[in-house]
Design a protein around this ligand. Structure first.
Ligand SMILES: Nc1ncnc2c1ncn2[C@@H]1O[C@H](COP(=O)(O)OP(=O)(O)OP(=O)(O)O)[C@@H](O)[C@H]1O
Length: 341
């Protein structure tokens, strides 16, 4: 649906070159919700803007619906842009137009007959839960309501792709959750492929199927949300995950636990079926070790259970090694050697 093939974008800024996107290859499939996460300056917005040619790639190809966007004529480009809706962090609504007028605007531009505009706008306002706000002006709405208008407007021309530029970054957590649910509904009921960028792992966890992590213009990690959460490879990804799973112990507690020479700390990661196995009582029975649970959580990711435990294993090195070998057969297990690991 959207393909980036070896795409780079270099800006000339005050006599020097800024490589905003560097050699990115990604494939976003029809019907999925794909998230790109990264810190400020990672290149996310630039990557997004390459999709509808708001930025032109310096090298490489961006292919949307099997067409390379640089090869499009002006008319084809206009048509392609109608197939791609976009929503923004700052909503970008017309303050002088009503809610109805904002949603109707792209349809007017596309010269859709008035009666059809009325029908479509009414349907969309119903869909986003703002049927009773048609005559309001943006300044009379909350942030969440403004973003609902933004979503309705982006859907007006029935696009197959919706790109979301930090769509929930200006919203409080509860409103963020409402808007994410609405985006999920857009994806499922209108079968719209969604490409979103964010710096919040919560957004990725809540609605994305797959994710790419960007740093310094490059994609440093990519995969299903489940794989990335359960088996992150880079420190940046681990840091993003920690921001939502709260899976680190404090340095004070770590030092306290370390002061006991006959104990070792391990992080266990369980997925799916393994979350229901009595592994810890098994090792306590089978080996001369005591098990002390320091920290634990279980969450659901893409409808699969995913649990993490930090446990203290007390016993001789020999017995602890045997217990670890046993656990390794069922779960990911790693010794915790610093409070941040
Ligand atoms: N038009 C431009 N001219 C010069 N440099 C630019 C331009 N647009 C972006 N950059 C630079 O490219 C890099 C990537 O910027 P980009 O906005 O894509 O990152 P981002 O991950 O979206 O960050 P943010 O969330 O802060 O917008 C930054 O160093 C930025 O300063």
């Amino acid at each position: 649906m959207i393909k980036f093939e070896g795409v780079s974008k270099v800006f000339q800024s005050k006599g020097r070159e800024v490589a905003a996107v560097q050699d990115v290859s990604l494939s976003i499939e029809k019907g999925e919700i794909f998230g790109v996460i990264g810190f400020s300056g990672a290149g996310k917005s630039t990557l997004l803007r390459l999709v509808n040619l708001l930025e032109r790639p310096t090298t490489g190809k961006v292919i949307v619906n099997d067409q390379e966007n640089l090869s499009l004529t002006e008319k084809e480009l206009r048509m392609m842009r109608q197939r791609i809706g976009m929503i923004f962090q700052t909503f970008n609504l017309f303050n002088s137009r009503t809610v109805f007028g904002n949603v109707a605007y792209p349809l007017k531009l596309a010269k859709v007959p008035k009666q059809e505009i009325n029908r479509r706008v009414t349907e969309l306002l119903q869909f986003v839960g703002l049927a009773d706000k048609a005559k309001y002006y943006p300044e009379q709405l909350s942030g969440g309501q403004k973003q609902r208008v933004g979503i309705a407007r982006a859907l007006a021309t029935s696009p197959d792709i919706l790109i979301c530029d930090e769509a929930t970054s200006a919203l409080d957590p509860e409103t963020t959750s409402d808007i994410l649910n609405l985006l999920k509904k857009v994806n499922e009921e209108y079968n719209v492929t969604i490409l979103l960028i964010t710096h919040e792992m919560q957004v990725i966890r809540n609605i994305c199927d797959r994710v790419a992590v960007m740093e310094n213009g490059r994609v440093i990690e990519e995969g299903s949300v489940f794989d990335i959460f359960t088996n992150p490879k880079t420190q940046t990804t681990k840091n993003f995950i920690s921001s939502v799973l709260n899976d680190k112990i404090s340095s004070k507690l770590f030092e306290k636990l370390r002061s006991n020479p006959s104990s070792r700390l391990y992080r266990l990661v369980f997925t799916g079926e393994e979350t229901s196995k009595p592994l810890l009582s098994d090792i306590a029975k089978s080996y001369q070790v005591d098990v002390n649970i320091i920290y634990g959580n279980i969450s659901e990711l893409q409808e699969v259970l995913f649990g993490q435990l930090i446990v203290e294993l007390q016993g001789t090195d020999h017995e602890v090694d045997k217990a670890v070998k046993h656990l390794e057969r069922f779960v990911q297990i790693k010794e915790v050697t610093t409070h941040a690991s």
